[in-house]
Every structure is written in structure tokens, then in C-alpha cells.
Design a binder for this molecule. Structure first.
Ligand SMILES: [Zn+2]
Length: 261
């Protein structure tokens, strides 16, 4: 596996620019042989990975999203499935991206087990989720979405770096941490949700408004607020079996980050 620093050139120009978490993850990802984009949705990030890896696999739960990704991103293998049972051989990938997906999976512990299994030794995991920060209670996904009965239905679990380390145990070591976005981030995300809903109802929202929202989200995500931040991203490396054996014992499976209202 090559770990040369990423090239600053030859970025795709015909695609929408990567924003907030995607931009940071892309900057963190070194050039590798193979990468798994776990929770690839419509291939928005996957499309950029050609500049980072020779072999790219996009993976998502949602069949419609995967079909859309197949139509948009050439030279990439896309697979439908769940994170708790990845249909790949052990040690298949040099890097795994999982950007704001873990907070949605049915079993986060099993999902991390599977990710570790498919990673090669010394491989990279870039993982992001909402963070247990100061303004986590303003998470628009938990704020707006309600079940059919009208009862609140939190969608997002929030995690701390300590929660991640509990899930990783002695198998992965965290080498970089970023906790971006503070109060402005969830407020602008709420504004973005309102704008999307209005547009879905036929309202014409000036481009400048949408542009300001996107720029604010991106700038806010870039600033590292430490423990207070609204989002969290880590870069973790898979340790060799020998290195892992001298680390702290991994706790048995536990439910982490129960949904926050
Ligand atoms: Zn989410």
C-alpha cells in the first residue's frame, strides 16, 4: 500500500465541489490501492475517489441510491447491503470511508467489527458522525423528523471520541481527530432543511441564499471546536495483531450512543 501524500492536482472539475465532512475526509485520505465508500448514497464522494485509489467500491443500504450512483460514477463497483454484514473478504481494503452513516446503523458495534475485518493491516478508517457536543440537542434530524404517529423519532445517535475508541478497542488506533461546527452548524442545517422543504413545495429560493447556507456549513465544519463541536471525524489505523495484543483489552459488545432527543 502506498501512502504518498495526496495529489493537489487533477481534481474532478465537472462535479459539485465536496463540502464539509466530505472535503475533510478527502483531504485526509492518502493515496491507496483500494477504498470502500461505506454508505456511498448517490456516489457524491465516490466520484472523487479515483484520485485516491485504483480500486473503488461503493456500498449502501439503499438500492435506489446505488442505482443512481452506478449511473453517475464510472469505473466503480457498487454493492447493496448492510454494514453489519459486509459481503467482502477479510483484509480487502486499504481504506474505508464511513461518513455520517454509523449513527444510522442498527448495530454500531457489529458494523465496526465488519469494517475492521475487511481492512488490511495498517489500513485507514475515516469515520464521522454527529458529536456529543454542546449543541447536539439541536440536531435537525432529530428535531424535525417524527414518526407517523407524531411521536418524536430520533434518527441520529451522537458519539464522542471515547465512544469511538470503545468500539475500536485495541484493533484501531486514532491518529487524527476533528470536531467541527458549533452553534452555527445545526442552525444552518435547520435553515437548509426548511429551504429544501420550501423548494419541494415549489418555492423559488434565490441561489444566493442557498449559496450562503452551503458556504456557512462548510466554513463552520472546518473549524475545530474540540469537545464542544457538533460533528466528529477521526482517522484511525488498523494495528497489526502483535501491536493490538499489547493494547488495552477490547470491551465486549455494548450499545453506544443511544439516540439523543
Ligand atoms: Zn445522518
Amino acid at each position: 500500500m502506498s501512502t504518498r501524500p495526496p495529489s493537489k492536482t487533477a481534481e474532478p472539475t465537472s462535479r459539485p465541489p465536496l463540502g464539509d465532512r466530505a472535503a475533510l475526509a478527502y483531504n485526509w485520505l492518502p493515496r491507496v490501492g483500494s477504498v470502500l465508500d461505506l454508505g456511498c448514497a448517490d456516489g457524491y464522494v465516490t466520484a472523487y475517489l479515483r484520485n485516491r485509489a485504483a480500486k473503488i467500491v461503493g456500498f449502501d443500504l439503499n438500492f435506489t441510491d446505488v442505482r443512481a450512483a452506478k449511473g453517475k460514477v464510472g469505473g466503480t463497483h457498487f454493492v447493496v447491503g448492510i454494514a453489519e454484514a459486509l459481503p467482502f473478504a477479510s483484509a480487502s481494503f486499504d481504506a474505508v470511508l464511513m461518513l455520517d452513516v454509523l449513527e444510522h446503523v442498527g448495530n454500531d458495534s457489529h458494523s465496526i467489527d465488519e469494517i475492521v475485518r475487511v481492512m488490511r493491516t495498517d489500513g485507514y478508517l475515516i469515520l464521522s458522525t454527529p458529536h456529543k457536543g454542546l449543541f447536539g440537542f439541536l440536531d435537525p434530524e432529530n428535531f424535525f423528523l417524527r414518526g407517523k404517529s407524531g411521536t418524536p423519532r430520533p434518527r441520529h445517535r451522537h458519539y464522542s471520541v471515547t465512544d469511538y475508541k470503545m468500539l475500536f478497542g485495541d484493533r484501531l488506533t486514532v491518529t487524527r481527530t476533528h470536531r467541527g461546527g458549533l452553534l452555527v452548524f445545526p442552525l444552518v442545517m435547520i435553515a437548509r432543511k426548511i429551504v429544501h422543504r420550501l423548494m419541494a413545495r415549489g418555492w423559488r429560493i434565490p441561489l444566493i441564499v442557498r449559496d450562503v447556507i452551503e458556504r456557512t456549513v462548510n466554513v463552520s465544519y472546518k473549524i475545530n471546536y474540540g469537545r464542544l463541536g457538533f460533528n466528529v471525524m477521526v482517522l484511525a489505523r488498523k494495528l497489526s495483531a502483535n501491536a493490538a495484543s499489547v493494547g488495552v483489552p477490547r470491551p465486549t459488545s455494548r450499545a453506544l450512543g443511544s439516540p439523543q432527543p
